[in-house]
Design a binder for this molecule. Sequence first.
Ligand code: ADP
Ligand code: MG
Length: 700
Amino acid sequence: MRPMVLDPLFSSVSTLPGIGPKIAKLLTTFLSSQPDREASVADLLFHIPHSVIDRRHRPGIAYSENGDVVTLDVTIDRHMPNSRGSRAPYRISAFDDTGSITFVFFHPRHDWLEKMFPVGERRIISGKVEWFNEQPQMVHPDYVMAPDEADDMPPIEPIYPMTAGLSPKTLQKAMNAALKRVPHMPEWLNAAHQTQNLWPEFGDAIKALHHPEDQKDISPDSLFLQRLAYDELLASQLALALVRKNMRQLGGISRNPLGKLQEQVIKALPFSLTKGQANAIKDINVDLAEPTRMLRLLQGDVGSGKTVVALAALAQVIETGSQGGLMAPTEILARQHFASMSPICEKAGIRLALMTGKDTVKERRITQEKLDSGEIDLVVGTHALFQGKVTFKDLALVVVDEQHRFGVHQRLALSAKGKGVDVLVMTATPIPRTLVLTCFGDMDVSQLTEKPAGRKPITTVSVSLDRLEEIIGRISSAIGNGQKAYWVCPLVEESEKIDLAAAEDRRRVLEQELRQPVALIHGRMSADEKDAAMQSFKSGQTRVLVATTVIEVGVDVPDATIIVIEHAERFGLAQLHQLRGRVGRGDKASSCVLLYKGPLGETSGARLNIMRRTNDGFLIAEEDLKLRGGGEILGTRQSGTPGFRIARPEDHADLMEVARDDARLILETDPDLTSERGSALRCLLYLFARDEAIRFLRAG
Ligand code: ADP
Ligand code: MG
């Protein structure tokens, strides 16, 4: 049960003044940590301003810089009304000792302006100054006040990230009311730790952040922000530690076969293992043999060969007579895993099945029956595998591929499908250490640092879209020499249809210019159509595959050597790296062409430069972190799992480490959170929506 002291923070935002059902809905989409629940007062309070406006800035008209927000003490000179119904603005001129300025209004209400700006009188006016033809002007000032009301103008104003339809005034009013609801809560921080850092109480910190006196107050190293960031990190680390402890305690099962099946799988491979693969398999075998649960992260850059490690691990549990599952983030990827594992499984005598959201009812029923009877050893699928009703006779190991798209919820759901289920998580996004902590807590980590032998580096160039013809020409001669190419068209959410049309157009153009059939693959195709397209590209029947970003993760056609990424400027770094990883998978030299439409913005330019400079996924991940911030790298936006609202991994890495140690110590000394601090920590978990972990406590 949620501690009662938190009730005021968990009431809906619609209980705040000025928030009707419409704005409440807007805030829910914009802010809620759980999309199925209306945004709460707490959600609102965790919406922290990104900057401040200082209305005390009063330089005088002539000394106001272009773009500055200033407060002016002026005398109104003259009205220049627009004719009614015209599109021209209404102008009002005014002056002070230093010069004159024009206030500009579009779609004005004349009577209102006449009342607010009485000619010949003094007014205190605040807003943003813009210089136009060497004349200062201010469009729609923020404040217009008579000298005797000027004290009502807030000297310092916080500026919040906004969303369309929400006005700053509405937000400010609701925020002030929300702040009044912050209850006095028990302190969950360790007293010595708090004193040593000079951190204020939670309530004082949150108030200070919403009434900043200075930009410094809301900067990443402000004591107020640090306090709240630490709270959030501690909540997350504590929740992860609880989940992990619980998974371990629930009792794992020692799975310690002779290893014959694993041997057969490895023998069936057309290559020998890299040292990294062999080591990872060894780590996993040891974990599986332990009577505790395995919770291991397998990190390896794109193309480093993680799938083989997964299959070897799965073979180990299958030899003991149990079952395994491999969960992929997309249907294409699930199908590809199924296809590439099939021949090896066949040789080794592993009974393999595929399960995706596209199965017919009948197919699903048959698979389900076989899973229950134990006639299937290994099932590969999308997250459909672990939703709802799917059951297993004896599930022992789950491998989650490209984990950054899955949240904690899904991890919990899938390990509930068997007894003492072991979990192996694979990720190609080389997650910096700090983010590993954020996302997975204290997981064991195996890394594949080397690529399989014989891989050639990928040459990357960036080319303006103006040179499209030339690029097509080069592709034409490359495929004439027997090469294969991907051509990636971006998919922009807002207009999937238009993008699809663009991809289809591109295919048509390429077919014309190259004078041969070109395959097309996109997210809206049926499973069979996708299979057919992939198959014809794999077999070489078509030598060019036009694709939307559905091929982003994991697709494996080793003899494809060219990838063209159209509108590369629209992609993030991690995505570009993933896409580029589709080539350079065989023993031939590969190239990646980043086709951009200029002019490039600063960040997109920086991204393309990094891509040209390096193939090193770790370096790219670090740069990405700098350019974008942590939340997006982990893909939390995509999967909708609650990420961080206050803490920023790139700014608060040091706090993260402390929070992890703190969480560990807490659970060592007070495993069920029953002490005084323990019950305060329960509040903390609820406050930051990490309360799911609370059900793992004995004294709930
Ligand atoms: P990822 O780590 O990106 O998931 P994959 O598992 O898809 O990589 O492997 C990429 C390609 O490398 C596949 O074609 C796979 O068969 C091949 N491969 C994996 N391990 C080795 C190895 N030790 N030697 C040569 N090729 C390998
Ligand atoms: Mg993979």
